[in-house]
Design a protein around this ligand. Structure first.
Ligand SMILES: C[S@@+](CC[C@H](N)C(=O)[O-])C[C@H]1O[C@@H](n2cnc3c(N)ncnc32)[C@H](O)[C@@H]1O
Length: 486
């Protein structure tokens, strides 16, 4: 059993900071600002701190107050804070005045767009900062915007202001400079953030990740509907274990921190470089050695259901008629499974004709996983084997767009593989792995592709067992998966 490495106790409570939703102005609550400042371990010599999107200066204040109280021992320092909103800017200048007077410190609170400032600095190859602390704005960057063009000029390809601010800050860190950022968890998975994840992995080592246990709690005053993580990174440092800490909310009353091996967080075999963050302080099962295959190595593929019903209305039927084939939704897999469903609100069938055939799969064994689950559901991934004998006389099947389908080159797979894969995906092991990188309720084909899989032989052995079970209890699935992975 791994032991917690440290407890964090907030030292003082600052007055609450008002929040405003324009410009992504979600101010960092005081305890979180103090926690973020407490993470820095570089505390010698001259310091040069960056605070991009500084708002009223809460993060710089927390950092400087740690220095004033003796928690950091720099000889002298310099602070660059950037803020685009003039109102915030004057509050920030006022709030930092006291620290400036009390410390051997020069303070530059600069008005303007941080992205423009940073890009011009990076183009001049300036990397002056020893520390960066940030709670950046969250907003999509459209593909043809001024910001996107500027970012491309310095080789940063990203889709949101928050990842842009973090990448630019990393790019301006001196060797062994440290950055602490609070950002949404959405960057951990998904194809759009892959270049950002790769940028982090290429330029920094991850020292610490803090996860808030409950939705909305970290920013309860601002009602931000995002799960947030705090990342601590060090520029050009060798990657060692990563400290993962958790707390339910910003009071940090139940703070726990545990070291984890890096290979359990970013799997070495994962081409998508997803970040798997353990969700609680329990002993986390290591990524089992028997799970060493990527999906393609097992000879399988996963795709999104190709039938988008509202675009193909003219070919859909509520009940099958001559020449029609099944159109499958998740409802058809509830309980023991039923098709066609009498009185179904959607359509049970799709016409088989030259216009639709490219959207259809030959009838056979497949595995489907719903793309949407609700937060309350016990497992995020709910998988079902598709069994061809349920559709007698049907040569083709249509899969609706809210399903993911496992197949092999758009053909069916073997009976044992289908049953084994469905059981494996329904295991608690997969559920805990999935929750570590996916904080939301969507399950996309890319997510499923990034999971590790056992060998085809092990899947088939599992399927041999699974197809003989009348009812599949969770406990039995978990026991079998554990046995097979030994
Ligand atoms: C999420 S708030 C965080 C403020 C502060 N760092 C804190 O932690 O309380 C982000 C801040 O970035 C500022 N901002 C938004 N876009 C900006 C830009 N392009 N350049 C500089 N600041 C920006 C907003 O006005 C806002 O004050």
């Amino acid at each position: 059993m791994l032991q917690p490495v440290r407890q964090f106790k907030p030292r003082a409570i600052y007055p609450p900071i008002p929040a405003k939703s324009a410009l992504g102005q979600y101010m960092t609550p005081p305890n979180i600002a103090m926690f973020m400042a407490s993470l820095f371990s570089q505390n010698q010599g001259s310091m040069y701190l960056l605070d991009p999107g500084a708002g009223q200066g809460a993060l710089s204040q927390a950092f400087l107050s740690r220095w004033k109280e003796g928690g950091l021992s720099f000889q002298d320092g310099c602070l660059d804070a950037f803020e685009v909103d003039p109102q915030m800017l004057s509050l920030c200048r006022r709030n930092l005045e006291e620290d400036r007077a009390a410390l051997p410190l020069s303070v530059n609170v600069q008005h303007g767009d941080f992205i423009e400032h940073a890009v011009s600095k990076i183009l001049r190859q300036q990397r002056p900062y020893s520390h960066a602390i940030l709670n950046p704005p969250y907003k999509k960057i459209s593909s043809c915007s001024h910001h996107r063009t500027l970012l491309r000029d310095v080789g940063i390809e990203t889709v949101n202001l928050y990842s842009a601010f973090v990448a630019l800050s990393i790019a301006m860190l001196a060797p062994r400079g440290q950055a602490v950022a609070i950002i949404p968890r959405s960057f951990c998975n998904g194809p759009y953030y892959r270049p950002f994840r790769e940028f982090i992995l290429k330029n920094t080592s991850i020292l610490h990740i803090h996860l808030f246990g409950a939705r909305n709690k970290a920013f309860k005053a601002d009602n931000v509907l995002q799960e947030n993580v705090i990342l601590m990174l060090e520029r050009d440092a060798p990657q060692g274990d990563v400290t993962i800490s958790t707390s339910t909310d910003d009071s940090m009353y139940d703070y726990m921190a545990i070291p984890h091996s890096f290979g359990n967080i970013v799997y070495p075999s994962d081409p998508e470089a997803f970040f798997h963050i353990p969700t609680n302080g329990d002993d986390i099962p290591a990524h089992p050695k028997a799970l060493s295959c990527m999906l393609a190595e097992v000879g399988l593929e996963v795709s999104t259901g190709p039938v988008v019903d509202f675009r193909m209305k003219e070919y859909l039927r509520s009940m099958p008629e001559d020449g029609d084939v099944p159109l499958l939704y998740s409802a058809h897999f509830k309980g023991d499974g039923e098709w066609p469903i009498a009185g179904f609100k959607k359509n049970n069938a799709i016409k088989h004709c030259p216009e639709t055939v490219k959207w259809l799969y030959p009838n056979g064994y497949y595995v489907i996983v719903r793309r949407m689950s609700s937060k309350e559901e016990k497992r995020r991934i709910v998988a079902n084997a598709v069994v061809p004998s349920r559709f007698p006389g049907m040569d083709w099947l249509g899969f609706e767009n809210h399903l993911n389908i496992f197949h092999s080159r758009r053909q069916g797979i073997s009976e044992n593989t289908a049953h084994g894969l469905a059981a494996y995906l329904n295991s608690s092991l997969i559920d805990s792995m999935f929750r570590r990188f996916n904080g939301h309720t969507q399950v996309n084909a890319t997510d499923l592709r990034s999971l590790p899989y056992p060998s085809r032989k092990k899947l088939d052995d599992l399927g041999q067992w699974a197809k003989g079970q009348a009812v599949m209890e969770q406990e039995a699935i978990d026991r079998m998966v554990e046995n097979i992975l030994k």
